[in-house]
Each structure stands twice: as C-alpha cells, then as structure tokens.
Design a protein around this ligand. Structure first.
Ligand code: NAG
Ligand code: NAG
Length: 260
C-alpha cells in the first residue's frame, strides 16, 4: 500500500516535471524563432534579423513580428509580393539591396508603412514600379544601381519618394521613353524638362510649323514683289532711254535709286 502510494507520488512529480519541460521548450522556441539561414538578436525587446547572403530565393514568411531591423541583402530575391511585411509593425530598417528584384507589387510595404524609415532597394533589377507603391511610405529610399526605364510614370513615382541623400544622383536611365534620354541621369533629364511634357512638346512643334509656314509666305511675297518691281523699273528705264533728253537722265538715276 505504502509502496503503491510512493509510486503514484513519484510518477506524479515526474509528470509535472515533464510538463514543465515541454512548456519551457515551447516558450524557448517561440522566443528564439528565427527564419532559416538567418541570425536573430534581441535588443530592448525588438529583434534584429540578419539574412544577408543566405541564398534566399524569396522573403521568409516566418520573420518575428517584433523585428526592428531586417537585412535581406545579397540574396536571390526576385519579387516583393503584396503584404510581404504585413505583420512587421515595428520594422524601421529594411535592406533588400543586391538581389534580383525586378518587381515590387503595389501593396508590398503594407503593414510597415508607418514604421519604416530606411529602405534600401539599390543594386536590383528594377526598371519600373507602379507610381503608388511608395506613396504612403515615410522612409528614405535608395533606388540607385537599377536598370530604370525613364518615363512619365517613373517621374511621378520619384515625386512621391524621399530619396536617400546622395543616392538620387546615381539613378541612371538604362532605357527611356525617348531614345535620346537613355544612358542619362534621371535627375538631369527632369531638370531639362522631364518626361511628362509630351503635350507641351507637340504644341511647340505645331507652333514652329505654323511659324515656318507664315515665314515662307512672307518671303515668297517679298520675292514676288521685288521681281514685279524690277520688271516695272526695267520697263520704265527702257521708256526713259527712248527719250534722249538731259531731264530723262536725271529721272533715270532717281528711279534706279528707288529700285535699289
Ligand atoms: C506577435 O506574435 C505573437 C505570437 O507569434 C503574438 O502573440 C502577438 O500578439 C503578435 N504581436 C503583434 C503586435 O502582432
Ligand atoms: C545607395 O546604394 C548604393 C549601391 O548599393 C550605395 O553605393 C550608396 O552608398 C547608397 N546610398 C546611401 C545614401 O546609402
């Protein structure tokens, strides 16, 4: 009987011990959950998640929601899907540089819009992005070293972006809506008139053509007038020559001077 009691008590304590182990392990796990290939460190209750150079083909889905800084640079990420950072309400620094990102969906930064204050998308494959993608972001953005296609859409996009100081001078038009602008600095072309003034340009051309038309008409009329006058003058001279008088000669010279 006594033995039975001791056994029961023993197994009960064992059971409790096991349960607390499981609980501890669970807590420990949830506290240190970190995406595969990444290193996570804690500072003041927030996480710094380093996934640089981790051969990632896409943005991990299990990034802790209290992540403050996230380094995803030097991977093979190609797309940023809508809501990729949806749960990261404390994210302030995001480095996506040196990837192969060619497409950023319009809602890519939903969730982190308010908190984000530094976003690095430099050295990627971006050539165009919907003009509203960054419009509600407050972050400073580095967009340099991308094969940008410069057109009115890009100009509208850039007008909503706070570019990282210094990085704005690195934005080069790989291609452009107008061939003459490819290879040029984006900001330089904007300064020289920009990409959104097709209408202005066509009216300018129309003006020029009209002015040229008028000019041609005026010139032709002048030439016609001079010719006509020459003819008249010649006839007049011939008439004067046929009058052999002294008075005629002086009239002759005066009429020449009027012709000239
Ligand atoms: C973060 O995730 C944990 C569990 O994974 C959850 O309990 C908590 O409510 C989340 N916090 C926010 C702010 O979403
Ligand atoms: C922007 O990115 C380029 C290329 O990665 C880098 O050289 C430059 O220093 C960055 N600019 C800023 C202000 O961080």
């Amino acid at each position: 009987m006594l033995q039975m009691d001791r056994f029961l008590r023993h197994s009960l304590s064992m059971w409790l011990l096991l349960q607390s182990f499981v609980l501890m392990a669970f807590c420990f796990h949830s506290a240190t959950t970190c995406p595969k290939g990444c290193y996570c460190t804690d500072t003041n209750g927030y996480k710094i998640v380093r996934c640089s150079n981790a051969h990632l083909g896409e943005i991990p889905k299990d990034i802790p929601n209290n992540t403050n800084k996230l380094y995803l640079d030097s991977n093979q990420i190609t797309v940023i899907h809508n809501d990729a950072f949806r749960d990261l309400h404390f994210l302030s620094e995001l480095d996506l540089s040196h990837n192969s990102i060619g497409s950023v969906e319009i809602g890519a930064f939903h969730g982190a819009m308010e908190s984000l204050h530094s976003l690095d998308l430099s050295s990627n494959q971006l050539h165009s992005v919907n003009k509203d993608t960054f419009s509600t972001l407050k972050a400073k953005i580095n967009l340099s070293e991308n094969p940008w296609h410069c057109d009115c859409n890009l100009q509208e996009l850039m007008s909503t972006v706070t570019l990282d100081t210094g990085s704005s001078s690195d934005i080069i038009c790989k291609t452009a809506a107008e061939e003459e602008h490819s290879g040029k600095l984006f900001l330089q072309v904007v300064k020289d008139g920009g990409f959104c003034n097709f209408n202005k340009r066509t009216t300018d051309v129309a003006m020029l053509v009209t002015m040229f038309g008028w000019f041609t008409m005026v010139i032709s009329y002048l030439i016609y007038y001079v010719r006509q006058n020459q003819e008249d003058a010649r006839r007049h001279l011939e008439y004067l020559k046929s009058l052999p008088s002294k008075q005629g000669k002086s009239e002759e010279s005066s009429s020449i001077s009027t012709v000239v």
